[in-house]
Design a protein around this ligand. Structure first.
Ligand code: GUN
Length: 287
């Protein structure tokens, strides 16, 4: 068997085009341009790339996007006062403080500081709580993107055994909730799971979000299962650094029925969902 590819890059392009049309309609109706402000503290090279891509994607979708670059010595109080100003700025509908932040700043303080109504990352405890009790919420972008890949890829979630490997606040935990909401039976595995390959083999839908490169092997996959690879890491191969995911792609291609690989799967969808969250926040704030 060769797995069908669930192409996150192509789907992200489709969704970004759809959002662009919705943004045009929103501006025509409200006279307001949705706006996202991205804050980056320090000069982490990976964060620089992520932030550049987020701002560019917003602008391409017709939204206003501003970037605030702060020096790596910025204090927590300085950052929180900027967040407070953005919370109170009516032209700003989404606020994203790129993580990680330097050591002198507590990540938790930043997550708590962004008003839940503008929290397009879906990291604030109010949004996490709203998600868990089934209220309308801004939801973490990566798991939202995975649900879109599954739905638009024609994968039946209802009644499926879904197994998530990884229990992070950003991916594993919200992913579990979104899958429960879609009526899957969900297992969340982690580093202390007793028989990880065995748990994975029970999955109709297997979602790998561990950060361990190529950890999920072909014989962990039930033949015909759907596999979603959320991991992004770099390994050295033939003297070059290449991007790989948490799943051994070649082996998964043989075993799975459908595969959303990394790179080219959930990664590009994360930005599409950030645009979607920003438009959603603007719709709720502009009445
Ligand atoms: N750093 C890596 N991924 C993310 C993300 O989704 N949001 C924020 N704010 N920072 C990140």
């Amino acid at each position: 068997m060769t797995a069908r590819i669930l192409d996150g890059k192509a789907l992200a392009k489709t969704i970004r085009d759809e959002i662009k049309t919705e943004v045009e309609q929103f501006i025509a109706e409200s006279g307001v341009q949705p706006g996202l402000t991205v804050v980056l503290v320090g000069d982490n090279p990976a964060s620089q790339v992520y932030v550049r891509n987020k701002v560019k994607a917003c602008q391409e979708a017709g939204m206003n996007s501003e970037r605030i670059d702060l020096p790596k010595e910025t204090t927590q109080d300085e950052l929180l006062s900027i967040v407070d100003r953005l919370n109170n700025d009516p032209a700003v509908h989404g606020i994203l403080v790129q993580l990680p932040v330097p050591d002198q700043i507590e990540e938790r303080a930043v997550i708590h500081a962004v008003t839940p109504e503008k929290d397009v990352d879906g990291f604030h405890p109010v949004n996490v709580g709203r998600l868990w009790i089934g209220e309308d919420a801004l939801i973490s972008c990566t798991p939202l993107g995975v649900i879109e890949i599954l739905k638009r890829g024609g994968i039946e979630i209802k009644g499926a055994n879904a197994v998530i490997v990884g229990r992070s606040n950003i991916v594993g935990k919200p992913m579990a909730n979104l899958l429960i909401r879609e009526h899957a039976t969900v297992t969340v595995c982690h580093s202390r799971t007793r028989d990880l390959p065995g748990e994975c083999r029970r999955a109709d839908i297997l979602i790998a979000a561990t950060g361990q490169s190529q950890m999920v092997r072909g014989d962990w996959i039930k033949p015909g299962a759907t596999v979603i690879d959320v991991g992004i890491s770099f390994i050295e191969k033939d003297g070059k650094f290449v991007q790989v995911g948490d799943v051994h792609k070649e082996e998964a291609m043989e075993a799975a029925g459908a595969l959303s690989p990394s790179p080219g799967g959930p990664g590009p969808m994360t930005i599409a969902m950030l645009l979607s969250n920003t438009l959603k926040a603007a719709r709720r704030l502009v009445r």
